[in-house]
Design a protein. Sequence first.
Length: 612
Amino acid sequence: MRRKTDEQIKEELRAIYAGKDGQIPDLTRLERRGGSGLTRVLVRLIFVLGVLSVVAWGGFFIWSRGGIANVSRPLTTDVDAPETVRSGEESFFTFRYENDGNAPIASLEAKLSFPPDFFVTSLNPAPTNAETLVWTLGSLSRGSDGAITVGGVFRSEVPSEESLQAMFTYRPGNFSSDFQDIATAKAKVNDSVLDATITGPEKAMPGDEVSYVINVQNSGVREATGVLVAAVLPDGFSVTGTEPAADEPGTEAWTVASLVPGELKAVTIKGRYTATVEGEQMMGTRVSFLNDQKTEFLQTEAEVKTNVLGGTIAFGLVINGSTSEQTVDPGDMLRISVNYGNDGTDTAENFVLTLALSGDAAQMPIDWTNAELGNAARSGNTLTWDRSVVPTFASFAPDTVGVIDLSLPLVSSPNASTASTAITFLLSASMDQIGSLEGARSIDASPIVVRVNSDLRSSAHAEYFTPDGEAVGTGPLPPEAGKTTSYRIVWHVANSFHPLENVRMTTNLPPKVTWTNRTAAAIGTVSFDETTRIVTWIIPSLPLSVPGSEATFDVAITPGDDDVGSFYKLTNAIAVEATDTITKDQLADGIDILTTELPEDTEAAGKGVVGE
């Protein structure tokens, strides 16, 4: 390539940069021309916003890391509390607060909350509002502090853990909003001021009366109130008496209104082990505090062991194939077996078996006239078999065994005011001497309780005429093919022994039977479900003051030619159910289908077969 001369280069530059006058400007000096005013304003605004953003984010990080928070939230709290406390003994808890910030606290309020089983004995200082346990503490200068001390008694279950809380609400002097701080005191309840022991025999024989003594003592320095002492009986132990008497018969529980410091309360329980008991048995007690709602807070337990030596005489009771509690219906038959045997090596002299029936009323719901008593001598509600009935009982020798069978029918309609709702069967044996051990002794078998259900009765019928001769049906009678005839269905329930609840009577209508939507009920309601075609009569409650009740509903039929010459079905089978409020059993009854036969309608009887 040919190289350009300097003169050629200058001519090219002049062509590019020369002005209108043909001269090239001095490129070593450049002039700056003025920019837009709006641009300058925008640049300055962006700069200011950037500075503000940096300040804001810096403040956020300082606050979030507690830099300023420590200055604006100056209140610190602490709690002095025991790690463990005794239930029933006074304990003290101190909630402390202090202003350790750089500014005063303008207002301060404290509110305390306690568990329901904590009973306050002292508050220092006294609260501003004693009902809500609120202290209005006012302002708190820098470096100032204070404390609230609470004295109280836990009546809590042992062991357990309890908490007391203080909520402090305050406003720093340099702020316009409130802050809160919560202080919590926790204490473990590991012990109680109530101590309990129980003593009893190390060994016992079935039938021998034994005694157990429960001792409860207040080991604290304050009065203990509302103390419940309950015995925990082993299986097969029959109580014959207590001192003092229990709160309620059969409960084996005693309420002690007050125990002063150091006071000892003793409860004696007497009883016998039944014939079937053998081996080590545990008799125990549970001691609790009771609150106003009768809720128990267990404090301590105690127990003692007794070795029951196996007896030589064995006997027992079986009712309807069971040795356990059961429910039966009025009119049922109680089939009872009394078995006995001498499994030992000694002869029992003048052996006697006694079956005593007892209940919550003097009259047993038993038909004694038709009862089979197994040759027993009967005196009221007590049956006895002695040597005059069973000759081998005169000298009840080893390896002698036997069974006595008896049948006790229940009455069909017990009297609610005089008949017992439950029967307790207690079989016992007595003898004058066994082997070389002289002296009369008695042994009980475990009792069996039989609860009698109420006498729920139900009935149902269809009618065209009422008993007074009023026509409640419509259409031809006898019914005819192709024509519509309506009937009234009458349901009835009766009951006289226990109140009932949730009484339900239901049936399903056949496909060709029409619901007419005409119903009536003395109590309860009658309804029909179009989808399931189920008719239901519901009685929420049937008290004894209402011995019986009735409900009715109407149905209609239009027989076809294929129905001629037969009865027409009006309803399917009817189910009845109810709950016995005493025994809690579910009672049930059933009724067969209803047809146009109408046997209970004297005027329509014989007019149920479909005609042409």
